[in-house]
Design a protein around this ligand. Structure first.
Ligand code: UTP
Length: 290
């Protein structure tokens, strides 16, 4: 498989778990420390050698594309004020990657969102990164999958081990480990009941797939929640074309979940030397008062 240069980032969901914050601001634009969630995802892509980002958006999400474009008026203001460090920051965001966008006109699920990008992806293998799933530490998350996909010429999904009571929130793999941390996927089950899960390895929001996935996506009937599930199409790909799963290393935050979103803010706040001690003191106070 050639190097992966394109990523599809679906950001067209309603974000109901993040209401009311996400009523008029896409949940992907909510800040974690000093950057919107989506910027961390795009940085991960950039650090993994990906040059082209395809956002799957809806009519209320164009602010996401704008974030990765120049804002000449703001740049002028910063230049005239001599705030050159800030100028470099805002210009840098516009120069990270090439941005493309395609509309998902009806919110019919993650699988449907990926299918909307078919004509842009065409016949190349490509990455998918879910727009509210954050990964940090060591090798960038999607790079971990790209390395295996390119070396083995196979589609690869990223997995992490979850607690038994959390398997019903994820797509779960049925797989055998062929080398440390790498699995051959036999089957996948979307949101199984705890006692019916084939493993505790949950698919997290990172994938590197061959373009054959589009063929299977077109065959998928609406499943769990009336949505076109990506997991259902992955089953076809796994059974007929073969698929690997890679146990991902690093910390993951689901920014659509409040406790994880808030934890991510604290995690990044604590990494800032100027904030570290003050923030820690405040947190200690909160805990004492409880
Ligand atoms: P989620 O289920 O986490 O997102 O979908 P959601 O539907 O926006 O959020 P909740 O559950 O209502 O709070 C995973 C990803 O797939 C995208 C979402 O934007 C999110 O990044 N998605 C989901 C789409 O692009 N289109 C869809 O129809 C559904």
């Amino acid at each position: 498989m050639d190097a992966i240069k394109k990523v599809v980032i679906p950001v067209a969901g309603w974000g109901t778990r993040s209401l009311p914050a996400s009523k008029n601001i896409p949940k992907e634009m909510l800040p974690i420390y000093n950057k919107p969630v989506i910027q961390y995802v795009v940085e991960e892509a950039q650090h993994s050698g990906i040059e082209n980002v395809v956002f799957v958006t809806n009519r209320d999400k164009s602010v996401i594309e704008d974030h990765f474009d120049y804002n000449l008026q703001l740049e002028n203001v910063l230049e005239r004020a001599g705030k050159l460090d800030k100028l470099a920051v805002v210009r840098g965001v516009a120069e990270m990657v090439n941005i493309m966008a395609v509309r998902q006109k009806k919110q019919l699920g993650l699988g449907h969102a990926v299918l909307c990008a078919e004509s842009i992806i065409a016949n190349d293998p490509f990455a998918i990164m879910v727009g509210d799933d954050l990964m940090f530490g060591g090798t960038p998350g999607i790079k971990q999958l790209i390395d295996v996909a390119v070396a083995e010429n196979m589609s690869v999904v990223g997995v992490m081990e979850v607690a038994p009571d959390k398997v019903n929130k994820y797509g779960i793999i049925d797989a055998s480990e062929i080398s440390p941390g790498v699995f051959r996927v036999k089957n996948l089950v979307e949101k199984p009941a705890c006692d019916q899960a084939p493993s505790r390895y949950a698919i997290v929001g990172r994938y590197v797939l061959k373009p054959e996935i589009f063929k299977y996506l077109k065959e998928v009937k609406p499943g769990h929640g009336g949505e076109i599930q990506l997991t259902d199409a992955l089953q076809g790909l796994a059974k007929n074309d073969g698929m690997l799963a890679v146990k991902m290393s690093g910390i993951r935050f689901d920014a659509g979940d409040w406790s994880e979103y808030l934890a991510a803010n604290i995690y990044f706040g604590l990494q800032d030397e100027d904030l570290h001690y003050e923030l820690l003191d405040k947190l200690k106070n909160f805990v004492q008062f409880k």
